[in-house]
Design a binder for this molecule. Structure first.
Ligand code: 4AD
Ligand code: MG
Length: 433
């Protein structure tokens, strides 16, 4: 019997096929049992009619419980009333495992608390909504890769174990193993700067770690970041690149994942608006907007989550906020030559209050200035010698950014919290399952 996936049912109308999957739901009208089967690619209703199958098969169908695993044979029939457009007239049924009635699948259609669901994350991911989110996450990642690959970028993986801080010492995860101090990477950027000088346009895409003490809807301790870096590029170039990438990714998801977006009840009109150019405002202008909306912020202060929400609510596209005070940004930020107190950096804030999804900018190109910055930030000079070398051997203006995939997924799916955007989230109070 030919095994097919439910998503391809349309190509097999009238054929007898075999499906492998799990029982999502079952109801019975005495002589007919209706099994909703899912196989990861979709859902289909299997119709088991007492008159059409052996008594054993009918009894087997009757014994099935939620999430029991089965192989089912049947004929695919077009059915306009079915959500998927097809049904399966079941002829045979084999069981892999029946979930015992005394110990049923813990997640039921009734409402569960979020902590319970997070504890059951290994099972929760089977639900339709969680599946849709993970499908969209995959589409976003694929789109990001396609965007850079087709734009002449080379993927250069950067190390996870590193001897130095990239994004400040307060969120470093220390690893005990090496003789010297070692940490889980906060960002591949510093290494990207080296590979960009070798290959011109590069990106890395991997897990990054922040020992965040913050317990917000935007923070994970382990997240995936895509980071492009371009030699001979300025902060303006990096803004152009960021808006092109975001637009490409959103359009791709709209094109290829309409069903999943519907499943998470996303307002598509909000995503359809995501077209270049994006608004660009300076930090100074952002502070004015915030003060007008009652924020306590003063020039020089960093934006809190609430501030980002206010700013991003003013625009129906991502807004690019550039030139933050150098004092609140990382050590590697190039100062604006006309105004050294601000850095040539940019944060991209997603609309609808979602806030920062991208951080980036132009890097310090001058050797002496970078050496001074490393000292000012009390970073261990030895760990940065190689990084300083990049300013000794053919220094050029260069720029790049990092986009947190989970933040992007949260926004594109229209979710409340970043925790649903990765199969197994790691947060301040969550290391399991
Ligand atoms: O703004 P960040 O810290 O910038 C960097 O790491 C740069 N080195 C990137 C670069 O220029 N190559 O982080 C970049 C992005 C943020 O905008 C956010 O989307 C995400 O990474 N991010 C987090 N996502 C989830 N949880 C956290 N704790 C995050 N911290 C940052
Ligand atoms: Mg940032």
């Amino acid at each position: 019997m030919k095994h097919i996936y439910i998503e391809n049912a349309a190509e097999h109308v009238g054929e007898e096929v075999s499906l492998h999957g799990w029982v999502h739901n079952k109801r019975s009208s005495g002589k007919i049992q209706f099994l909703i089967v899912r196989d990861g690619t979709g859902y289909i209703q299997g119709v088991v009619a007492k008159n059409d199958v052996s008594p054993e098969v009918f009894a087997t169908a009757d014994s099935l419980t939620h999430e029991s695993s089965i192989e089912v044979n049947g004929k695919v029939r077009a059915e306009s009333r079915a959500p998927s457009g097809f049904e399966l007239d079941v002829t045979d049924l084999r069981v892999h495992q029946v979930v015992p009635k005394e110990q049923p699948f813990p997640i039921t259609p009734k409402e569960h608390g979020i902590e319970f669901l997070m504890d059951q994350r290994h099972l929760w991911i089977r639900s339709a909504r969680q599946r849709a989110i993970l499908k969209i996450r995959h589409e976003i990642i694929k789109a990001v890769r396609d965007f850079f690959d087709d734009d002449g970028f080379t993927l250069c993986d950067t190390p996870v174990l590193t001897p130095a801080a990239c994004e400040g010492t307060t969120t470093l995860f220390e690893v005990k193993y090496f003789e010297d101090k070692a940490y889980l990477t906060q960002s591949g950027q510093l290494y990207n700067e080296a590979t960009a000088a070798a290959l011109g346009k590069v990106y890395c895409f991997g897990p990054t770690f922040r020992a965040e003490k913050s317990k917000t809807r935007r923070h994970l301790t382990e997240f995936w970041m895509v980071e492009p870096e371009v030699a001979f590029a300025t902060v303006d170039d990096t803004m152009d690149l960021a808006e092109r990438m975001i637009t490409f990714v959103v359009q791709r998801v709209l094109e290829r994942r309409p069903e999943e977006l519907k499943s998470v009840e996303r307002d598509l009109s909000k995503l359809e608006r995501i077209q270049t150019p994006f608004p660009r405002i300076s930090y100074d202008e952002a502070v004015q907007i915030l003060q007008k909306h009652g924020s306590e912020i003063q020039w020089g202060g960093d934006f809190g989550g609430g501030d980002e929400t206010i700013i991003s609510e003013q625009f129906d596209k991502p807004v690019m906020v550039h030139r933050y005070p150098a004092a609140i940004k990382a050590f590697y930020m190039e100062p604006d030559p006309t105004r050294p107190e601000v850095a040539l950096c940019v944060d991209v804030l997603a609309p609808e209050g979602y806030g920062e999804i991208i951080g980036g900018g132009q890097r310090v190109a001058n050797y002496d200035l970078l050496a001074e910055r490393i000292k000012d930030h009390e970073l261990p000079r030895e760990a940065f010698e190689w990084y300083l070398d990049l300013r000794k051997f053919g220094a050029v203006p260069h720029a790049g950014f990092g986009m947190g995939i989970e933040r992007a997924v949260t926004w594109i799916c229209g979710l409340e919290h970043v925790r649903e955007t990765i199969p197994f989230p790691r947060m301040l109070y969550r290391l399991t399952p």
